[in-house]
Write a protein that binds this ligand. Sequence first.
Ligand code: NAD
Ligand code: ZN
Length: 389
Amino acid sequence: MRALRWHDEGDVRVDDVPKPEIQEPTDAVIEITATAICGSDLHLYDGFMPGMEEGDIIGHEPMGEVVEVGSAVETLSEGDRVVVPFTISCGACWYCDQQLYSLCDESNPNAEMASESMGHSPAGLFGFSHMLGGYDGGQAEYLRVPYADVGPIKVDSGLPDEKVLFLSDIFPTGYMAAENADIENGDTVAVWGCGPVGQFAIQSAEMLGAERVVAIDRERERLDMAREHSDAEVIDFESEDVYDRLMDVTDGHGPDGCIDAVGAEAHGAGPSSVADSGQDGEEMQGDRPYVLQEAVRCCRKGGTLSVPGVYTGEMNGFPTGSLMNKGLTVNTGQTHVQRYLDPLLERIEDGDIDPSFVVTHQESLEKAPEMYETFRDKNDGCVKVMLNP
Ligand code: NAD
Ligand code: ZN
Protein backbone atom coordinates (compact mmCIF):
# COMPACT_ATOMS: atom_id res chain seq x y z
CA MET A 1 0.00 0.00 0.00
CA ARG A 2 0.98 3.66 -0.15
CA ALA A 3 1.80 5.47 3.09
CA LEU A 4 3.40 8.70 4.18
CA ARG A 5 6.66 8.03 5.98
CA TRP A 6 8.92 10.25 8.04
CA HIS A 7 12.50 10.11 6.83
CA ASP A 8 14.08 13.06 8.58
CA GLU A 9 13.35 16.60 9.71
CA GLY A 10 11.50 18.26 6.82
CA ASP A 11 11.57 15.04 4.77
CA VAL A 12 8.36 13.03 4.44
CA ARG A 13 7.60 10.79 1.44
CA VAL A 14 4.81 8.59 0.15
CA ASP A 15 6.33 5.10 -0.10
CA ASP A 16 5.25 1.52 -0.83
CA VAL A 17 4.96 -0.46 2.40
CA PRO A 18 3.35 -3.77 3.40
CA LYS A 19 -0.38 -3.63 4.15
CA PRO A 20 -1.11 -3.91 7.88
CA GLU A 21 -2.47 -7.17 9.28
CA ILE A 22 -4.37 -8.18 12.39
CA GLN A 23 -1.79 -8.79 15.13
CA GLU A 24 -3.99 -9.11 18.21
CA PRO A 25 -7.53 -10.52 18.48
CA THR A 26 -8.70 -7.04 19.55
CA ASP A 27 -7.40 -5.36 16.35
CA ALA A 28 -9.28 -4.16 13.30
CA VAL A 29 -7.93 -3.04 9.94
CA ILE A 30 -9.47 0.01 8.31
CA GLU A 31 -9.31 1.09 4.68
CA ILE A 32 -8.86 4.83 4.95
CA THR A 33 -11.12 7.14 2.97
CA ALA A 34 -10.03 10.44 4.50
CA THR A 35 -7.23 11.56 6.79
CA ALA A 36 -5.82 14.95 7.77
CA ILE A 37 -2.56 16.68 8.59
CA CYS A 38 -2.45 18.07 12.13
CA GLY A 39 -0.41 20.79 13.82
CA SER A 40 0.98 17.94 15.92
CA ASP A 41 2.37 16.35 12.73
CA LEU A 42 4.24 19.60 12.16
CA HIS A 43 6.12 19.01 15.43
CA LEU A 44 7.34 15.72 13.91
CA TYR A 45 8.04 17.37 10.55
CA ASP A 46 9.98 20.17 12.25
CA GLY A 47 12.00 17.65 14.26
CA PHE A 48 10.65 18.79 17.65
CA MET A 49 9.49 15.36 18.79
CA PRO A 50 12.01 12.87 20.19
CA GLY A 51 11.71 9.16 19.38
CA MET A 52 11.14 9.35 15.61
CA GLU A 53 12.79 6.73 13.38
CA GLU A 54 13.35 6.80 9.66
CA GLY A 55 10.47 5.06 7.91
CA ASP A 56 7.80 5.73 10.56
CA ILE A 57 4.33 6.03 9.05
CA ILE A 58 2.75 9.16 10.48
CA GLY A 59 -0.76 10.63 10.67
CA HIS A 60 -3.43 10.31 13.37
CA GLU A 61 -6.70 11.79 12.07
CA PRO A 62 -8.17 8.98 9.94
CA MET A 63 -11.55 7.54 9.06
CA GLY A 64 -12.63 4.80 6.74
CA GLU A 65 -14.19 1.38 6.31
CA VAL A 66 -13.51 -1.66 8.44
CA VAL A 67 -12.09 -4.41 6.20
CA GLU A 68 -11.02 -6.97 8.80
CA VAL A 69 -11.64 -7.59 12.50
CA GLY A 70 -9.81 -9.76 15.03
CA SER A 71 -11.60 -12.68 16.69
CA ALA A 72 -12.24 -10.77 19.95
CA VAL A 73 -13.72 -7.61 18.41
CA GLU A 74 -17.38 -7.31 19.36
CA THR A 75 -18.64 -3.90 18.30
CA LEU A 76 -17.30 -3.61 14.75
CA SER A 77 -17.77 -5.66 11.63
CA GLU A 78 -16.57 -5.56 8.07
CA GLY A 79 -18.10 -2.72 6.11
CA ASP A 80 -18.66 -0.42 9.11
CA ARG A 81 -17.77 3.21 8.48
CA VAL A 82 -15.74 4.58 11.39
CA VAL A 83 -13.81 7.60 12.60
CA VAL A 84 -10.70 6.60 14.57
CA PRO A 85 -9.53 8.67 17.59
CA PHE A 86 -5.82 9.47 17.70
CA THR A 87 -5.57 8.17 21.26
CA ILE A 88 -5.13 4.41 21.61
CA SER A 89 -6.77 3.20 24.83
CA CYS A 90 -7.34 -0.25 26.31
CA GLY A 91 -10.69 0.65 27.87
CA ALA A 92 -10.01 -1.49 30.94
CA CYS A 93 -7.26 0.11 33.06
CA TRP A 94 -7.83 2.50 35.99
CA TYR A 95 -7.24 5.55 33.76
CA CYS A 96 -9.67 4.42 31.05
CA ASP A 97 -12.19 3.72 33.83
CA GLN A 98 -11.92 7.41 34.81
CA GLN A 99 -12.33 8.36 31.12
CA LEU A 100 -8.74 9.60 31.10
CA TYR A 101 -8.18 7.84 27.79
CA SER A 102 -5.03 9.66 26.73
CA LEU A 103 -3.42 8.47 29.95
CA CYS A 104 -4.20 4.78 29.37
CA ASP A 105 -1.75 2.61 31.28
CA GLU A 106 -1.70 -0.30 28.84
CA SER A 107 -1.58 1.02 25.28
CA ASN A 108 2.03 2.17 25.04
CA PRO A 109 4.30 -0.82 24.33
CA ASN A 110 7.29 1.50 24.82
CA ALA A 111 6.08 2.71 28.21
CA GLU A 112 9.55 2.34 29.67
CA MET A 113 11.02 4.82 27.19
CA ALA A 114 8.37 7.41 28.08
CA SER A 115 8.62 6.74 31.82
CA GLU A 116 12.34 7.35 31.76
CA SER A 117 11.84 11.04 31.07
CA MET A 118 8.30 11.57 32.35
CA GLY A 119 8.10 9.28 35.35
CA HIS A 120 5.04 7.57 33.87
CA SER A 121 3.84 6.78 30.38
CA PRO A 122 0.86 8.39 28.68
CA ALA A 123 -1.24 6.39 26.18
CA GLY A 124 0.03 5.25 22.81
CA LEU A 125 -0.89 7.51 19.90
CA PHE A 126 -1.12 6.69 16.21
CA GLY A 127 1.85 7.82 14.11
CA PHE A 128 3.47 9.82 16.87
CA SER A 129 6.99 8.69 17.78
CA HIS A 130 8.28 5.57 19.48
CA MET A 131 8.09 7.33 22.81
CA LEU A 132 4.29 7.18 22.46
CA GLY A 133 4.06 3.63 21.22
CA GLY A 134 5.65 3.62 17.77
CA TYR A 135 2.29 2.77 16.18
CA ASP A 136 1.96 3.11 12.41
CA GLY A 137 -0.08 6.16 11.53
CA GLY A 138 -3.09 6.91 9.40
CA GLN A 139 -1.78 8.91 6.45
CA ALA A 140 -1.93 5.71 4.48
CA GLU A 141 -4.30 3.48 2.54
CA TYR A 142 -4.85 1.09 5.47
CA LEU A 143 -4.43 1.26 9.22
CA ARG A 144 -4.26 -1.34 11.97
CA VAL A 145 -6.44 -0.18 14.87
CA PRO A 146 -5.60 -1.77 18.23
CA TYR A 147 -8.33 -2.05 20.92
CA ALA A 148 -10.87 -1.67 18.12
CA ASP A 149 -13.82 -1.91 20.53
CA VAL A 150 -12.66 1.14 22.49
CA GLY A 151 -11.76 3.80 19.95
CA PRO A 152 -13.54 3.92 16.60
CA ILE A 153 -17.00 5.45 16.43
CA LYS A 154 -19.46 4.21 13.81
CA VAL A 155 -21.02 6.83 11.58
CA ASP A 156 -24.15 5.57 9.87
CA SER A 157 -25.87 8.81 9.13
CA GLY A 158 -24.49 9.36 5.65
CA LEU A 159 -22.77 12.60 6.67
CA PRO A 160 -19.83 13.24 4.31
CA ASP A 161 -16.29 12.51 5.51
CA GLU A 162 -15.33 16.16 5.90
CA LYS A 163 -18.12 16.71 8.44
CA VAL A 164 -17.15 13.83 10.76
CA LEU A 165 -13.41 13.33 10.16
CA PHE A 166 -12.37 15.89 12.77
CA LEU A 167 -13.96 13.86 15.55
CA SER A 168 -10.66 11.95 15.35
CA ASP A 169 -8.82 14.81 17.02
CA ILE A 170 -9.21 18.53 16.52
CA PHE A 171 -12.90 19.00 17.31
CA PRO A 172 -12.67 17.09 20.63
CA THR A 173 -9.31 18.79 21.24
CA GLY A 174 -10.79 22.26 20.83
CA TYR A 175 -13.77 21.21 22.95
CA MET A 176 -11.65 19.80 25.77
CA ALA A 177 -9.49 22.93 25.60
CA ALA A 178 -12.60 25.03 26.22
CA GLU A 179 -13.81 22.72 29.03
CA ASN A 180 -10.33 22.98 30.53
CA ALA A 181 -10.69 26.77 30.63
CA ASP A 182 -13.41 26.36 33.32
CA ILE A 183 -15.78 28.66 31.42
CA GLU A 184 -18.75 30.14 33.26
CA ASN A 185 -21.52 32.16 31.68
CA GLY A 186 -20.35 35.67 30.98
CA ASP A 187 -16.63 34.83 30.89
CA THR A 188 -14.09 36.31 28.54
CA VAL A 189 -11.80 33.71 26.99
CA ALA A 190 -8.61 34.43 25.04
CA VAL A 191 -7.40 31.86 22.50
CA TRP A 192 -3.79 32.01 21.29
CA GLY A 193 -3.50 30.39 17.85
CA CYS A 194 -6.21 30.30 15.17
CA GLY A 195 -5.03 27.09 13.56
CA PRO A 196 -7.51 24.21 13.32
CA VAL A 197 -7.35 23.52 17.07
CA GLY A 198 -7.78 27.21 17.89
CA GLN A 199 -10.81 27.41 15.55
CA PHE A 200 -12.55 24.58 17.41
CA ALA A 201 -11.53 26.00 20.79
CA ILE A 202 -13.19 29.29 19.81
CA GLN A 203 -16.39 27.57 18.66
CA SER A 204 -16.46 25.40 21.77
CA ALA A 205 -15.85 28.32 24.14
CA GLU A 206 -18.95 29.94 22.67
CA MET A 207 -20.93 26.69 23.00
CA LEU A 208 -19.88 26.48 26.66
CA GLY A 209 -21.16 29.95 27.47
CA ALA A 210 -18.28 32.37 27.03
CA GLU A 211 -19.69 35.84 26.50
CA ARG A 212 -16.63 37.10 24.74
CA VAL A 213 -13.88 35.28 22.88
CA VAL A 214 -10.71 37.01 21.76
CA ALA A 215 -8.66 35.13 19.17
CA ILE A 216 -4.95 35.82 18.63
CA ASP A 217 -2.76 34.98 15.62
CA ARG A 218 -0.86 36.76 12.88
CA GLU A 219 -2.21 34.89 9.85
CA ARG A 220 -4.87 37.00 8.17
CA GLU A 221 -6.82 34.06 6.67
CA ARG A 222 -6.98 32.35 10.05
CA LEU A 223 -8.11 35.50 11.85
CA ASP A 224 -10.73 36.02 9.12
CA MET A 225 -11.91 32.44 9.48
CA ALA A 226 -12.36 32.94 13.24
CA ARG A 227 -14.35 36.13 12.66
CA GLU A 228 -16.48 34.58 9.96
CA HIS A 229 -17.48 31.46 11.88
CA SER A 230 -17.84 32.85 15.40
CA ASP A 231 -18.47 36.09 17.28
CA ALA A 232 -14.81 36.28 18.30
CA GLU A 233 -12.88 39.53 18.19
CA VAL A 234 -9.37 39.10 16.86
CA ILE A 235 -5.89 40.40 17.63
CA ASP A 236 -3.12 40.32 15.05
CA PHE A 237 -0.15 39.98 17.38
CA GLU A 238 2.21 41.50 14.85
CA SER A 239 0.38 44.78 14.69
CA GLU A 240 -1.04 45.09 18.21
CA ASP A 241 0.14 44.59 21.76
CA VAL A 242 -1.68 41.52 23.05
CA TYR A 243 -1.53 42.44 26.75
CA ASP A 244 -2.76 46.00 26.20
CA ARG A 245 -5.66 44.92 24.01
CA LEU A 246 -6.72 42.13 26.37
CA MET A 247 -6.67 44.57 29.30
CA ASP A 248 -8.72 47.03 27.25
CA VAL A 249 -11.49 44.54 26.60
CA THR A 250 -11.61 43.28 30.20
CA ASP A 251 -11.47 46.59 32.12
CA GLY A 252 -7.93 45.78 33.15
CA HIS A 253 -8.81 42.44 34.80
CA GLY A 254 -7.57 40.08 32.07
CA PRO A 255 -9.43 37.14 30.51
CA ASP A 256 -11.00 34.57 32.86
CA GLY A 257 -9.70 31.74 30.71
CA CYS A 258 -6.60 31.65 28.48
CA ILE A 259 -6.15 28.87 25.94
CA ASP A 260 -2.74 28.13 24.38
CA ALA A 261 -3.60 26.47 21.06
CA VAL A 262 -0.11 27.08 19.68
CA GLY A 263 2.30 24.78 21.52
CA ALA A 264 5.95 24.24 20.75
CA GLU A 265 5.86 26.07 17.41
CA ALA A 266 6.07 29.59 18.78
CA HIS A 267 9.14 28.76 20.77
CA GLY A 268 11.26 27.03 18.19
CA ALA A 269 11.42 24.25 20.75
CA GLY A 270 13.27 21.21 19.49
CA PRO A 271 13.93 18.22 21.76
CA SER A 272 17.59 19.09 22.09
CA SER A 273 17.26 22.84 22.08
CA VAL A 274 14.76 23.04 24.91
CA ALA A 275 16.89 22.27 27.90
CA ASP A 276 19.97 24.26 26.97
CA SER A 277 18.72 27.21 24.97
CA GLY A 278 16.74 28.97 27.67
CA GLN A 279 13.76 28.73 25.32
CA ASP A 280 12.80 32.33 25.09
CA GLY A 281 11.56 31.99 21.55
CA GLU A 282 13.79 34.77 20.33
CA GLU A 283 14.71 33.04 17.10
CA MET A 284 11.08 32.74 16.08
CA GLN A 285 9.21 35.83 17.12
CA GLY A 286 11.55 38.65 18.00
CA ASP A 287 11.41 39.84 21.58
CA ARG A 288 7.80 38.81 22.24
CA PRO A 289 7.27 36.57 25.24
CA TYR A 290 6.30 33.03 24.32
CA VAL A 291 2.65 32.07 24.50
CA LEU A 292 2.70 30.48 27.95
CA GLN A 293 4.50 33.49 29.42
CA GLU A 294 2.10 35.86 27.73
CA ALA A 295 -0.94 33.88 28.85
CA VAL A 296 0.20 33.81 32.49
CA ARG A 297 0.79 37.57 32.33
CA CYS A 298 -2.57 38.33 30.72
CA CYS A 299 -4.82 35.95 32.66
CA ARG A 300 -6.95 37.50 35.39
CA LYS A 301 -6.00 36.68 38.98
CA GLY A 302 -7.50 33.34 39.93
CA GLY A 303 -8.15 32.53 36.27
CA THR A 304 -7.48 29.35 34.33
CA LEU A 305 -4.89 28.43 31.74
CA SER A 306 -5.83 25.66 29.33
CA VAL A 307 -3.01 24.18 27.28
CA PRO A 308 -3.98 21.92 24.38
CA GLY A 309 -0.81 23.06 22.56
CA VAL A 310 1.73 20.23 22.47
CA TYR A 311 5.08 20.63 24.20
CA THR A 312 8.03 18.28 24.43
CA GLY A 313 11.01 18.22 26.75
CA GLU A 314 11.65 21.10 29.12
CA MET A 315 11.36 24.84 28.85
CA ASN A 316 13.13 27.42 30.92
CA GLY A 317 11.72 30.81 31.71
CA PHE A 318 8.26 29.59 32.67
CA PRO A 319 6.83 32.22 35.06
CA THR A 320 6.18 29.97 38.06
CA GLY A 321 6.21 32.97 40.41
CA SER A 322 3.39 34.74 38.57
CA LEU A 323 1.48 31.50 38.19
CA MET A 324 1.60 30.89 41.93
CA ASN A 325 1.05 34.43 43.17
CA LYS A 326 -1.80 35.08 40.74
CA GLY A 327 -3.42 31.85 41.90
CA LEU A 328 -3.88 30.44 38.43
CA THR A 329 -5.11 26.96 37.55
CA VAL A 330 -3.48 25.05 34.70
CA ASN A 331 -5.26 22.27 32.80
CA THR A 332 -3.57 20.44 29.97
CA GLY A 333 -3.05 17.10 28.25
CA GLN A 334 -3.55 15.10 25.10
CA THR A 335 -7.27 14.89 24.47
CA HIS A 336 -9.38 12.09 25.96
CA VAL A 337 -10.98 11.77 22.53
CA GLN A 338 -13.20 8.75 23.29
CA ARG A 339 -15.00 10.78 25.97
CA TYR A 340 -16.28 13.30 23.41
CA LEU A 341 -17.17 11.15 20.40
CA ASP A 342 -20.87 10.54 21.10
CA PRO A 343 -21.82 14.03 22.30
CA LEU A 344 -19.91 15.82 19.55
CA LEU A 345 -21.20 13.52 16.79
CA GLU A 346 -24.68 14.36 18.08
CA ARG A 347 -23.93 18.08 17.78
CA ILE A 348 -22.81 17.56 14.17
CA GLU A 349 -25.89 15.48 13.37
CA ASP A 350 -28.12 18.11 14.98
CA GLY A 351 -26.52 20.76 12.80
CA ASP A 352 -25.12 22.78 15.74
CA ILE A 353 -21.75 22.80 14.00
CA ASP A 354 -20.32 21.82 10.62
CA PRO A 355 -16.63 21.08 11.28
CA SER A 356 -15.79 21.11 7.56
CA PHE A 357 -15.41 24.89 7.68
CA VAL A 358 -11.70 24.49 8.53
CA VAL A 359 -10.83 22.55 5.36
CA THR A 360 -9.00 24.76 2.88
CA HIS A 361 -7.16 22.02 0.97
CA GLN A 362 -8.30 18.60 -0.15
CA GLU A 363 -5.76 16.47 -2.04
CA SER A 364 -4.73 12.91 -2.80
CA LEU A 365 -2.35 11.12 -0.42
CA GLU A 366 0.36 11.38 -3.09
CA LYS A 367 0.37 15.14 -2.60
CA ALA A 368 1.00 14.86 1.15
CA PRO A 369 4.69 15.91 1.13
CA GLU A 370 3.83 19.10 -0.74
CA MET A 371 0.88 19.69 1.59
CA TYR A 372 3.09 19.41 4.70
CA GLU A 373 5.09 22.33 3.37
CA THR A 374 2.01 24.32 2.44
CA PHE A 375 0.42 23.73 5.86
CA ARG A 376 3.57 24.50 7.82
CA ASP A 377 4.31 27.68 5.89
CA LYS A 378 0.62 28.68 5.82
CA ASN A 379 0.91 29.23 2.07
CA ASP A 380 -2.11 29.64 -0.12
CA GLY A 381 -4.38 30.45 2.84
CA CYS A 382 -3.90 26.93 4.17
CA VAL A 383 -5.68 26.16 7.45
CA LYS A 384 -6.45 22.42 7.26
CA VAL A 385 -5.45 19.76 4.77
CA MET A 386 -7.65 16.74 4.17
CA LEU A 387 -6.10 13.85 2.22
CA ASN A 388 -7.94 11.15 0.32
CA PRO A 389 -5.83 8.00 -0.06
P1 NAD B 1 -1.20 25.08 13.64
O1 NAD B 1 0.28 25.01 13.62
O2 NAD B 1 -1.92 25.02 12.34
O3 NAD B 1 -1.69 26.39 14.39
C1 NAD B 1 -0.92 27.11 15.29
C2 NAD B 1 -1.26 28.58 15.11
O4 NAD B 1 -0.60 29.35 16.11
C3 NAD B 1 -0.81 29.15 13.77
O5 NAD B 1 -1.92 29.73 13.10
C4 NAD B 1 0.24 30.19 14.15
O6 NAD B 1 0.26 31.31 13.27
C5 NAD B 1 -0.22 30.58 15.54
N1 NAD B 1 0.81 31.19 16.38
C6 NAD B 1 2.15 30.99 16.37
N2 NAD B 1 2.74 31.73 17.32
C7 NAD B 1 1.76 32.41 17.97
C8 NAD B 1 1.74 33.34 19.04
N3 NAD B 1 2.86 33.70 19.66
N4 NAD B 1 0.56 33.85 19.44
C9 NAD B 1 -0.60 33.47 18.83
N5 NAD B 1 -0.64 32.59 17.80
C10 NAD B 1 0.52 32.07 17.37
O7 NAD B 1 -1.63 23.87 14.59
P2 NAD B 1 -3.04 23.25 15.08
O8 NAD B 1 -3.33 22.05 14.26
O9 NAD B 1 -4.07 24.27 15.23
O10 NAD B 1 -2.56 22.73 16.51
C11 NAD B 1 -2.28 23.67 17.53
C12 NAD B 1 -1.55 23.00 18.68
O11 NAD B 1 -2.42 22.01 19.26
C13 NAD B 1 -0.28 22.25 18.26
O12 NAD B 1 0.70 22.40 19.25
C14 NAD B 1 -0.73 20.81 18.22
O13 NAD B 1 0.32 19.92 18.42
C15 NAD B 1 -1.69 20.80 19.38
N6 NAD B 1 -2.63 19.68 19.41
C16 NAD B 1 -2.87 19.15 20.63
C17 NAD B 1 -3.73 18.11 20.78
C18 NAD B 1 -4.01 17.57 22.14
O14 NAD B 1 -4.54 16.47 22.25
N7 NAD B 1 -3.70 18.28 23.20
C19 NAD B 1 -4.37 17.57 19.66
C20 NAD B 1 -4.13 18.15 18.41
C21 NAD B 1 -3.25 19.21 18.29
ZN1 ZN C 1 -3.91 15.88 15.52
